[in-house]
Design a protein around this ligand. Structure first.
Ligand code: NFE
Ligand code: MG
Length: 504
């Protein structure tokens, strides 16, 4: 048995350590460890509830719009104004979140993952027309390759032509990310950490200027997503088809759903959403409803005190630094006691099975082009493919939302801030499904708990000793060279882990 430690695993957000026990070239056991304590939930206690939207966005610079919406909706719920958010406020929230999704998915594929498959050094001696790529070539020749040097490299299979196209897209993706950030800031004031999402709706009344600026960027981005990102992912997926069999995690997928299409209608579940929620269990063709009271967090192997165990309405996140058996600052969220994978693969599969027309069409086409079936989404390439398909679906929906804005109409409800209350805010975030739970007493936050996408995926073992989704995706897989565990890096990165979020 050989123990391999990847610490930190690079090109993700935050600090993640992966420990593997490898025997006869196979992973016998895997441990995922968040190595940083942050304590934002504890910091929120005693603050003005309206600070939640500001503070919780600081959990992360990559998905702040998701935290903004979850916290604003938790406040809407606690204040009893969920149904009063005007259409402009609802649409602007969707548009800011959509901009954040585009940025995050494009960042992940090109700047965090593509170098697992594309070796920029292959390009050094090619005769290429593209000026930007020629610049990249001369840069690579004059430097030690940073920031393109992958730590775990090899098994490069893409031909020169695809590699050159992807390298060009890698550079153009930087510009796309900038435009996506600008889109969020048109309604949010700035990005990351927008100021525009507040309880009651959003701060900026849309006008012709903001709508035009938003639309022009959306159309440019759309071209990139449809003509380059999605086809690029399909090309990589076809070349690495074996990775549709590698990295299969748990057999349960979870999503609450997000992007409200109508005014809030009594419950999150009943309100129609651009991407619907549910539970998809492998081998079943129907999707089950999520029962929120069945969510718990285990902490037997996390460095937290016993108070942190249970449902997010009844826990605190008190650290227990030297706890025996602990190996992570990430808690272990479970649904009905079982680990569930969250993220684009879960969301796309759930929406496909529920008959969401847009997802059915786009995912169906992409699966056909990649030559796979629905069960293969639970894999390294399945996750990449679903992320790109989801990006295309969201851009498509955003075109409708921006058209529905009514210039000059209010974007926020008027309300009184009550002294007491409790609420939940649920949202889709780029890496999966997100929940915020708030309790207000004497005008202050008395408790605030977040259960975050990467907390689900990168969770450690629970009280039964059941490993988390990413741990299970690693277990049983072949590692050709334990000194260069590139298969493990590819599996982990396919989840797009964000450890800043996971530990919060
Ligand atoms: Ni820091 Fe996040 C997303 C949220 S993930 S990126 O997407 O919420 O855990
Ligand atoms: Mg939490």
């Amino acid at each position: 048995m050989k123990r391999v430690s990847i610490d930190p695993i690079t090109r993700i957000e935050g600090h993640l350590k992966i420990e593997l026990d490898i025997d006869s070239d196979r992973v016998k056991s895997a441990r995922s460890s968040g190595t940083l304590f942050r304590g934002l939930e504890e910091m929120l206690r005693g603050r003005d509830p309206r600070d939640a939207q500001r503070v919780t966005q600081r959990v992360c610079g990559v998905c702040p719009a998701a935290h903004a919406i979850a916290s604003a909706q938790a406040l809407d719920d606690a204040y009893g104004i969920r149904g009063e958010v005007p259409p402009n406020g609802r649409l602007e929230r969707n548009l800011m979140l959509g901009g954040n999704f585009i940025h995050s998915h494009v960042l992940h594929f090109y700047h965090l993952s593509a170098l697992d498959y594309l070796n920029p050094h292959d390009l050094e001696d090619l005769q290429l027309e593209d000026v930007k790529i020629r610049d990249l070539q001369s840069y690579l020749k004059s430097s030690d390759g940073a920031p393109f040097t992958p730590e775990y490299s090899g098994d490069y299979r893409l031909g020169n032509e695809i590699s050159a196209a992807l390298a060009g897209d890698y550079l153009d993706a930087l510009e796309v990310r900038k435009k996506a950030h600008q889109m969020v800031s048109i309604f949010g004031g700035k990005m990351p950490h927008n100021m525009g999402t507040i309880s009651g709706g959003a701060t900026r009344r849309p006008d012709i200027d903001s709508i035009t600026k938003f639309t022009s960027r959306l159309e440019e981005i759309k071209e990139f997503i449809e003509d380059r990102y999605l086809p690029g992912v399909i090309e990589v997926a076809k070349t690495y088809k074996d990775y549709f069999k590698i990295g299969k995690g748990v057999s349960n997928f979870l999503e609450y759903g997000g992007f409200y299409l109508k005014r809030f209608e009594g419950s999150h579940h009943n309100t129609s959403k651009g991407l619907e929620g549910g539970i998809a269990v492998e081998g079943e063709s129907s999707v089950r409803e999520v029962e929120l009271d069945r969510i718990t967090e285990a902490i037997e192997h996390s460095w937290y005190d016993a108070e942190a165990r249970g449902h997010p309405t009844a826990t605190r996140s008190v650290p227990a630094v030297d706890k025996e058996g602990g190996y992570s600052w990430v808690k272990a969220p479970r649904y009905k006691g079982k680990p569930h994978e969250v993220g684009p693969a879960a969301r796309m599969k759930i929406n496909y099975l529920k008959g969401n027309d847009l997802v059915e069409r786009e995912l169906g086409t992409a699966m056909e082009k990649a030559g796979i079936g629905i069960d293969q989404l639970n894999s390294v390439m399945g996750r990449h493919l679903c992320r790109a398909v989801e990006c295309k679906c969201i851009v498509n929906m955003m075109e409708g939302w921006v058209e529905d804005l009514v210039p000059g109409d209010p974007s926020c409800a008027r309300y009184e801030v009550p002294e007491e209350g409790k609420g939940v805010g649920l949202a889709s975030a780029p890496r999966g499904t997100l929940g915020h739970w708030i309790k207000i007493e004497n005008g202050q936050i008395s408790n605030y708990q977040l259960v975050v996408p990467t907390t689900w995926n990168a969770s450690p073992r629970d009280e039964q000793g059941t490993p988390g989704p990413m741990e299970q995706a690693l277990m049983g897989e072949e590692i050709d060279d334990p000194d260069n565990p590139l298969e493990a890096a590819r599996i982990v990165r396919s989840f797009d882990p964000c450890m800043a979020c996971a530990v919060h």
